[in-house]
Design a protein around this ligand. Structure first.
Ligand code: PGA
Length: 260
């Protein structure tokens, strides 16, 4: 860990019924209230629960995000949800480019770039998810794939908007599989992303950018990942559905020293 304020996100994906979602949100909010205020926490519930969860989180230190956003502002786009709608529902944050949308639904870097621009334009904070598949890793293309995702998804994103951008590096083969990247391997990718951000923008923007790791982060492995110099938190799937596990990962950010 380092001088950047850590961030832990809980991506609930298409899990929970309403009652579970409210209980989970309440437990997380209560738990976070007992922890020192030195970590940002955000949950990304399914769309229909957002306004309900917003009520539960109101007045707490847990921020609310959505799992996706339309690239369009409004109009004839059946089933899509605009950035403005998310803001009106109480969200301040949104995930863009989760691998389950890239690889499950075929979302391209150029579409994700449009989504990121639409979200930033509206005032939302964006968590841009990137990461290589197992095949890409095995063929030695991790850095190239990740660099292309960063460059194409950030195309046209002004330096002034980068304070509302967070990156989540999530190797696709580690998501929901129980396989985690070796901390040193993840650190290497994170450091490469930071170097690329310095080239695309400037050194202060790169140094201030939070780059989270995601992919089977659990209480048992969070510490060794979070202690890496360029890993600034985690985007948690499975373990975010259990408030004890999620809170334990949040607590793990607290035990990491200042490395830079
Ligand atoms: P996981 O999911 O923690 O269940 O691997 C991470 C994610 O999809 O963001």
């Amino acid at each position: 860990m380092n001088s950047r304020r850590p961030c832990i996100g809980g991506n609930w994906k298409m899990n929970t019924r309403l009652e579970d979602a409210l209980l989970l949100a309440r437990s997380v909010a209560e738990g976070v209230d007992t922890i020192d205020d030195c970590v940002d926490v955000v949950v990304y519930p399914p769309f229909p629960w957002i306004t309900h969860v917003a009520d539960v989180l109101s007045g707490s230190r847990v921020a609310l995000g959505a799992q996706d956003v339309s690239s369009h502002g409004d109009g004839a786009y059946t089933g899509q949800i605009s950035a403005g709608m998310l803001l009106d529902s109480g969200c301040t944050k949104v995930l863009v480019g989760h691998s389950e949308r890239r690889h499950g639904l075929g979302e391209s870097n150029s579409l994700l770039n449009e989504k990121a621009l639409a979200a930033l334009e509206s005032g939302l904070e964006v968590m841009l998810c990137i990461g290589e598949t197992l095949e890409e890793r095995d063929s030695g293309r991790t850095n190239e794939v990740v660099a292309t995702q960063v460059a194409e998804c950030l195309s046209g994103v002004e330096a002034g908007s980068m304070a509302r951008m967070t990156i989540a590096y999530e190797p696709v083969w580690a998501i929901g599989t129980g396989r985690t990247a070796e901390p040193g391997d993840a650190q290497e990718v994170h450091a490469g992303i930071r170097t690329q951000l310095a080239d695309l923008y400037d050194a202060p923007i790169a140094a201030g950018m939070r780059i989270l790791y995601g992919g089977s982060m659990k209480p048992g492995n969070a510490g060794e990942l979070l202690e890496q110099a360029d890993i600034d938190g985690g985007l948690i799937g499975g373990a975010s559905l259990d408030s004890d596990e999620f809170l334990s990962i949040i607590n793990a950010t607290m035990t990491q020293g200042s490395a830079d």
